[in-house]
Design a protein. Structure first.
Ligand code: PHE
Length: 449
């Protein structure tokens, strides 16, 4: 029996496996709104199905449990919570208002799902910064939402995932505003986290310049508040995970090591300077959050006035939830299998007990590319997902060469088909794999070898 978190009508489509790549459609209708198609339309049906799931709003799902833990940790600190935003946004919200250059790769059809040239599935929660800065009546806000990107297919990548955005601002018109920021810094709860930050006292470097309208002291204070807030959050989440693991009887050595993080410089079009935090967890540096001091233009576009200074961050929730709950494959978050869902309870970080893993079926597809090929590896990923759905466990390029005489380019992709729920038959994989080959041939003019 499946536990129903979604309307029954969705189950059949979510689990449906061999569907043709979306044929050209006149329009797409989602939640009562119709989006006329054009040459930008590139959303396959299986992606549309995911929009309805809202995993971050399910308090008994690992993503929802993590979301609730973050909300609880930030309670009473002046942040308005936004977690109801619809995933369809405009190009303006997702890119333009944030100052993405016209040729930024994130804007391309091979990275982003478009309904048409104006509407798309948000690729990050920063798409809502503009409206939150306009709407928010408290010193800061938090946004949690599902976001969508065309991506590789493997254990940790899925075309839909979740982010938590945070932002905070101050007015320079407030008397003694610098002291106020310092007081706000002092009121962030202390942690025992070990922090490696070469930029804490000197946040401005040649590669990571400040905006001209801010003084070095303002940058130092705002950056310190930003970083301490993130360190506090990281500490809350990972300490909680550690406590749960200990309570459950685990004696793994990492449970007695202090939590360690490091800061590295980064670049985002709408922040400057910008950084990323990495967390040392179970022997690996985990990249989990981009952040920075918000570009003045974004604040002015939101009619916030010339007096404001602000920071923002964006944390990816799925990778963290995988670590905290011991979830080995990101596809499991989207599973409708009761064996998954019955393992999680609101407010608790428990360790996932894997149920039987069904064997996979590996198939290669090798082809010659036409001379002026536009085939992007994300297109191959997309075609495989369209036909295999969640049976696509991983797709990788295993060989690539140029013929020395003819100059023709050849590529070979290895696809591992595997289901979380049952054994696959060779026969059904033959049909799906045949459809993948067909799509590659008709849509990208490749010649199967
Ligand atoms: N939106 C960025 C991302 O998806 C993260 C970010 C948020 C960076 C806010 C800076 C400020 O990677």
């Amino acid at each position: 029996m499946l536990k129903l978190f979604t309307p029954r009508s969705l189950i059949s489509t979510v689990r449906c496996t061999a569907r043709a790549y979306s044929a050209p459609v006149k329009s797409l209708t989602v939640d009562g709104k119709t989006y006329p198609s054009d040459e930008w339309t590139n959303i396959p049906p299986f992606i549309l199905d995911l929009i309805q799931r809202k995993l971050h709003k399910n308090p008994d799902h690992p993503i929802g449990i993590l979301h609730d833990l973050v909300k609880k940790s930030m309670n009473g600190m002046g942040y308005t919570i936004y977690d109801e935003f619809h995933p369809i946004v405009t190009k303006f919200q997702n890119f333009d208002v944030l100052g993405f250059p016209e040729d930024h790769p994130g804007r391309s059809k091979s990275d982003t799902y478009y309904f048409n040239k104006e509407h798309l599935l948000r690729t990050h929660t920063s798409a809502h910064e503009h409206e939150c800065f306009q709407d928010c009546k408290t010193p800061g806000y938090l946004i949690t939402a599902d976001v969508y990107r065309k991506d590789e297919i493997d254990r940790t990548h899925y075309p839909a995932f979740h982010q938590l955005e945070g932002a905070r601002y101050w007015s320079r018109l407030e008397p003694n505003y610098l002291e106020k920021i310092q007081q706000d810094i002092d009121s962030i709860p202390k942690t025992n986290i070990i922090v490696e930050d070469p930029f804490r006292d000197q946040p401005i470097t040649e590669n990571n310049p400040k905006q001209t309208y801010m003084t070095p002291e303002e940058v130092r204070l705002v950056a310190t508040h930003l970083k301490k807030t993130i360190e506090y959050l990281v500490n809350q989440v990972f300490e909680n995970a550690r406590e749960s693991a200990k309570k459950a009887g685990s004696t793994e050595p990492y449970l007695n090591e202090p939590l360690k993080v490091r800061w590295v410089e980064a670049y985002f079009p709408w922040t400057g300077p910008s950084w990323e935090i990495e967390v040392w967890w179970k022997g690996e540096w985990l990249e989990c959050c981009g952040c920075g001091i918000v570009q003045r233009q974004v604040l002015l576009n939101s009619q916030l006035g010339e007096d404001k200074i602000s920071w923002a961050f964006g944390i990816g929730l799925d990778r963290i939830a995988m670590l905290l709950f011991g979830i080995p494959d990101i596809r499991l978050f989207w599973s409708l299998d009761e064996r998954f869902h019955k393992q999680f309870k609101r407010g608790e970080i428990s360790t996932f007990a894997p149920y039987s893993k069904y064997p996979g079926v590996k198939r290669d597809v090798s082809f010659w590319l036409p001379s002026e090929s536009t085939l992007h590896c994300n297109d191959v990923m997309e075609i495989v997902r369209s036909h295999a759905g969640d049976m696509a466990e991983s797709v990788e390029v295993v060989d690539e060469f140029v013929h020395p005489k003819t100059g023709r380019k050849s590529q070979c992709y290895r696809i591992n088909y595997q289901s979380m729920e049952r054994n696959l038959t060779n026969q059904e994989i033959n049909v799906i794999h045949g459809n993948v080959e067909n799509d590659l041939t008709t849509r990208f003019d490749v010649e199967i070898r």
